[in-house]
Design a protein around this ligand. Structure first.
Ligand SMILES: [Mg+2]
Length: 258
């Protein structure tokens, strides 16, 4: 169950969350994966290579991380190969509904956290029209105070705990910390429940987010609450439903308003 009253910060996954990945995107991912593995191992992907990929994917969850491990490439090299293909195939345009939602969410602080490069992440957010949501000149893009491309910024990918620890500490230091305040893991942990992570991949976005104490929302999911993993606080049939979930709870919190 989500505790709406506490939420002050939202950390947004990007791909598959702020826009729905279509079949073409999935196809491109698969094609790049197949080519990289076939080139490195000099054998067809179908069969043992595919099984090897699936086995390691189970361990690392992130496709980028899995491909880097299985091909000896760096995370940046894998990312560049995937991004350069996706850049041509991803046809995004301004999403007025999304833009409207972010305008209404102006009372919250927004951060974006994508597994990929920083420039590409900014480019995607711009294509969705979110740069139109002006907040303040020192914001990195539109409503986002900070935009992380995990490969460039952390040399890591979600679901690595290192990514979520960094995000939590950044939030604490930049949004909650008062100069002179005693810094302990307890004081840092106290702010965690004020952060909501919204993502489309439970094990990549939400499990590690819950492990650092964030609240969690699964985007584009119709699963009833009885079927949700215990680290997911709420399922959103569409990403736009977050507005309804947060507003509804706001109204329910006010006596006489229901
Ligand atoms: Mg995603």
């Amino acid at each position: 169950m989500i505790d709406k009253e506490k939420i002050e910060v939202i950390v947004w996954d990007v791909d598959g969350t702020l826009y729905k990945s279509d079949a073409t995107i999935h196809h491109v991912f698969e094609e790049v994966r197949r080519k990289l593995l076939e080139k490195y191992w000099q054998r067809p992907y179908e069969g043992e290579l595919k099984n090897l990929f699936l086995e390691f994917k189970e361990r690392y969850k992130s496709t980028t991380q899995t491909l880097a491990v299985l091909t000896g490439l760096s995370l940046s090299e894998v990312t560049e190969k995937v991004e350069s293909r996706l850049r041509k195939e991803r046809h995004l345009s301004t999403d007025p509904r999304l833009v409207r939602m972010f305008r209404r969410f102006s009372y919250l602080t927004h951060l974006a956290l994508r597994n990929g490069g920083r420039e590409e992440t900014l480019h995607i957010l711009e294509q969705l029209g979110l740069n139109e949501v002006r907040v303040d000149d020192h914001y990195q893009l539109g409503p986002f105070l900070k935009v992380w491309g995990s490969i460039d910024d952390f040399y890591l990918t979600k679901p690595c705990p290192g990514v979520f620890d960094r995000v939590k500490l950044w939030i604490y230091k930049n949004l909650f910390y008062q100069p002179g305040e005693k810094v302990t893991s307890q004081t840092i942990d106290q702010i965690a429940a004020q952060v909501l992570m919204v993502g489309d991949k439970p094990e990549v976005d939400l499990k590690p987010a819950k492990e650092v104490g964030f609240q969690t929302a699964l985007a584009w999911s119709d699963l009833p609450s009885s079927k949700l993993p215990d680290y997911v606080d709420v399922a959103l049939p569409t990403v736009y439903d977050l507005e309804r979930v947060l507003d509804l709870r706001a109204r329910l919190g006010k006596p006489g308003s229901v």
